[in-house]
Design a binder for this molecule. Structure first.
Ligand SMILES: Nc1ncnc2c1ncn2[C@@H]1O[C@H](COP(=O)(O)OP(=O)(O)OP(=O)(O)O)[C@@H](O)[C@H]1O
Ligand SMILES: [Mg+2]
Length: 376
């Protein structure tokens, strides 16, 4: 799929901007702080309902404005659609498809698909497990948009279970009434069901992503691998393409039973997908804590390129967004990366220096300056 038109109102630094887009490569070029990343961040938001830079919506709304609107016309094969999201920080966001009546924001997932690589992705390698869980879950959702519902169910069940455990822990400390364990059993079952679903999807994803990540790393850093992706599960589940949901459910329930006493003491859920990690291995060592800066950067890029290949291979061609990538690479790697991504249906590139964008990526160019986006 590709975006044919992007329109923003009160998004970040833009009061209003209209950007017609072609398939193929488009480069946004301009000095620092002019609004290049803001444009691609908006496209990414339509695909994930989140920003790759901030965890809340407030900074996405132009300072002084009340709400932001992101609108995009999208073409997939013969089909064209218009998606629109209104961001209302502190209140519910609103969404529309083809100017019809309102839908839930999560209903627009799957219309715009992106794989976005940005300097912030270094946190995938160097950051906390939460960064890697988000990476996995966003990709799981890109493969199968209905997983957005499973993810939010999991969050909800987890929150409610934690509330129950917390009040049990409080009661225990103050000598109050002890917890009705049958209630907790019910929450265990809910958590086990949605947790197993999420776990199964993550494990299947990792098994599929592994060879692609290894290949992508060899492409961006020849001879630097191998790369291994290993799921570290709090319930002992291992990666594999066809782990049965029942099996994972049983593992989760057993693990919950095993930590129940501690959970009631501490008032928090100690096992489940929200406690898991993806261990990124490089030449037999964990990349986190061992890999150099350049290696970590190549690793993060390789994970994104592998994601891109995966979605393309599944007939789900996303828009590839490369935010500020080329400045970090030497001339040879720049050319390699450019050749790799040039055939993509749509590639959006940002660069502070136009000459950093390789020749192979000749396409449309926009100058971005003080919130003006002008086609060159
Ligand atoms: N909510 C907001 N309201 C108004 N301006 C904002 C808001 N959020 C960010 N900005 C402004 O947007 C600009 C940053 O835009 P952006 O990140 O797109 O820059 P860029 O062109 O990608 O720069 P660089 O080359 O440094 O990456 C900053 O000047 C910032 O002050
Ligand atoms: Mg930028």
């Amino acid at each position: 799929m590709h975006v044919t038109h992007l329109s923003l109102a009160d998004f970040r630094s833009y009061a209003r901007v209209e950007v017609p887009l072609d398939p193929g490569v488009t480069a946004f070029v301009g000095a620092n702080g002019q609004g290049k990343t803001n444009l691609v961040e908006a496209v990414g938001y339509l695909a994930t309902l989140g920003s790759h830079r901030v965890s809340s919506d407030a900074p996405l709304v132009r300072m002084g404005a009340e709400r932001a609107v992101i609108r995009a016309a999208v073409t997939q094969g013969e089909r064209s659609q218009l998606v629109e999201l209104e961001l209302n920080p502190g209140r519910a966001n609103r969404a529309r498809i083809n100017r019809s009546s309102q839908v839930r924001p999560r209903d627009v997932l799957g219309i715009v698909r992106t794989v976005l690589f940005a300097p912030e992705d270094l946190a995938l390698v160097k950051g906390d497990p939460g960064e890697r869980r988000r990476f996995l879950d966003e990709l799981v959702t890109a493969r199968s948009p209905r997983m957005a519902g499973v993810r939010s169910d999991y969050e909800r069940v987890l929150k409610q279970r934690n509330t129950l455990l917390k009040s049990a822990a409080m009661a225990r400390r103050h000598g109050g009434r002890s917890l009705d364990l049958s209630t907790l059993d019910v929450w265990d079952q809910h958590l086990g069901q949605v947790g197993a679903e999420l776990l199964a999807q993550r494990l299947d994803l990792i098994a599929t992503l592994q060879p692609l990540a290894d290949k992508a790393y060899a492409d961006v850093a020849p001879g630097g691998g191998p790369v291994t992706l290993e799921y570290r599960s709090s319930v002992g589940a291992e990666a594999g393409p066809e782990r049965s949901r029942d099996e994972l459910y049983a593992q989760l329930i057993e693990a919950l039973a095993g930590v129940r006493k501690q959970e009631i003491e501490r008032g928090v859920t100690l096992v489940g997908p929200h406690r898991d990690d993806l261990v990124l291995g490089l030449r037999g060592m964990p990349a986190k804590g061992y890999a150099s800066h350049g290696e970590s950067w190549s690793y993060a890029l390789a994970l994104r390129l592998a994601s891109y290949e995966l979605l393309r291979g599944e007939g789900n061609e996303p828009v590839l967004v490369l935010d500020d990538v080329f400045a970090e690479l030497d001339a040879r790697r720049r050319e390699r990366l450019a050749e790799l991504v040039a055939p993509g249906e749509q590639v959006l590139v940002t660069a502070a220096v136009g000459d950093d964008v390789p020749e192979v990526l000749a396409g449309a160019r926009y100058a971005v300056s003080a919130g003006e986006v002008e086609r060159l």
